[in-house]
Write a protein that binds this ligand. Structure first.
Ligand code: ASP
Ligand code: MG
Length: 448
């Protein structure tokens, strides 16, 4: 029997009617002859509301253990309500916390990493013919403290569960019909991507596309979990995210059924009748609104300088994205190093660099907040130089200045003023002829 993991995000279970609608879908999937394990997020904005409560009683530094205890309550509410709603429709359902579902993590509260996933009780529940519901975004540490996986972590729960259960597919239900060629909230004519490689999805997620948690995509790649991102508000086919290898045999009863071809669901994840050669090279545009740009001016141009500068930032716990070192002026023996950081880490980074400035004696630290990044993602970008030319021409036609550029095998990213970011996304989208005739539907949510 095919085994599906379905994950429903906060906007899909925002209120009682939404919970009932999800219950209907789960029951239908179950009645069609599938085993269904469901992962839920907290209802609507519950997590934000809980965070707000915490900041009222503990404005500065709430104890992280307690914060995790508090936040995991959100998913407990939605999982229990969903189980009840499913029972109401005549199908047995059991809900489980992350701990009960066997999600063991390290002890880093607020951003715990998974150490082991042993969903024995989930498996037993499925084998008994019931639906299993698992609270997303949470686990338990080796010391038996409750942990969370970081904001948006329910995707990771779902993928990890799918891998551990050797599910045929992990369906990620959200409030748009899949992955789009750009955020439909900015580009209404964005077109749905029918199929995309896991590598491209990784680049999209890493560079600001909000639709999937980055760690979930990394996990899916590592364990070859096929993903289907789709809307819980419609019955439309969503986006299939292709992994290289089929899953290992999935049945625990020794029949040795393979995921590929065993189920009607995964059959369409593979090539089917469509010809992958006809896929456009460009898959889509991701954008990130909240970046800051730092330039260290007049850094001594000698071995070790860049390492010292970047080391200081890494020690401050700040993640660096694009890095550019300018060609040094021969006569002065100094150079400028620029890089981007999350806007929220601006003050921390500047403080760390001011300290370093005194030690190393470079000229200045410049900081520009309100910077945005546009990333064009697609297979074979590097081997098609005309893509970069077209991208830069589109921006120049729109009168938008490029502040930094970085590339990978399958991505070109450019930095622009935050105020120009949305225009830039629309201009590039049109230049690459990605506009669809129909408007993309945004069913709910904020696209956070
Ligand atoms: N409820 C958590 C959050 O809002 C986890 C999730 O939705 O994936 O971040
Ligand atoms: Mg949420």
């Amino acid at each position: 029997m095919p085994l599906l993991v379905q994950k429903y995000g906060g906007s899909s279970v925002a209120d009682v009617d939404a919970v009932r609608r999800v219950a209907q879908r789960v029951v239908q999937t179950h009645r069609e002859g599938n085993q269904v394990a469901v992962v839920v997020s907290a209802m609507g904005d519950t997590t934000d509301e809980l965070l707000d409560l915490a900041s009222q009683v503990s404005p500065h530094d709430p104890p992280e253990r307690e914060l995790d205890m508090l936040l995991t309550a959100g998913e407990r509410i939605s999982m229990a309500l969903l189980a009840m709603a499913i029972e109401e429709l005549g199908v047995p359902a059991r809900s489980y916390t992350g701990q009960q579902a066997g999600l063991l993590t390290d002890a880093s509260h607020g951003s715990a990493r998974l150490l082991d996933v042993t969903p024995d009780r989930v498996k037993e529940t499925l084998d008994s013919g019931a639906v299993a519901i698992v609270a997303g975004f949470q686990g338990v540490s080796q010391d038996e403290d409750i942990t969370t996986l970081g904001r948006g972590g329910s995707d990771t729960t779902a993928v990890a569960l799918a891998a551990a259960l050797a599910a045929d597919v992990c369906e990620i239900y959200t409030d748009v019909d899949g992955l789009f060629s750009a955020d439909p909230r900015i580009v209404p004519s964005a077109s749905r991507v029918t199929r995309i490689s896991i590598e491209e999805t990784l680049e999209m997620a890493a560079h600001g596309a909000k639709i999937l948690h980055l760690r979930a995509v990394e996990y899916a790649r590592r364990f070859a979990v096929p993903l289907h991102v789709r809307s819980s508000f419609s019955d439309k086919e969503g986006t299939w995210i292709l992994v290289d290898r089929p899953l290992t045999p999935l049945s625990s009863d020794g029949t040795g059924e393979h995921a590929t071809g065993a189920s009607p669901v995964t059959a369409s994840t593979t090539t089917g009748n469509e010809e992958p050669m006809e896929d456009p090279i460009i898959s889509g545009i991701a954008h990130d609104r909240h970046l800051g740009k730092i330039t260290c001016v007049g850094v001594p141009d000698k071995p070790g300088s860049a390492a010292t500068v970047l080391g200081a930032i890494t020690r401050a716990g700040v993640g660096i994205d694009m890095i550019v070192q300018n060609v040094s002026h021969e006569d002065t023996g100094v150079t400028d190093i620029s890089f981007t950081i999350p806007e929220a880490d601006g003050t921390r980074t500047v403080t760390a660099l001011r300290e370093l400035q005194r030690e190393m004696g470079f000229e200045d630290v410049l900081y520009t907040s309100h910077t945005g990044k546009l990333s064009l993602v697609g297979a074979g970008l590097r081997s098609n130089p005309h893509v970069a030319h077209r991208l830069f021409s589109a921006l120049s036609d729109a009168g938008i200045n490029i502040e930094m550029i970085s590339t990978s095998e399958i991505r070109i990213s450019i930095l622009v003023d935050q105020a120009n970011l949305e225009d830039a996304v629309r201009a590039v989208h049109t230049a690459f002829e990605m506009d669809a005739e129909d408007q993309a539907v945004v069913y709910a949510g904020t696209g956070r």
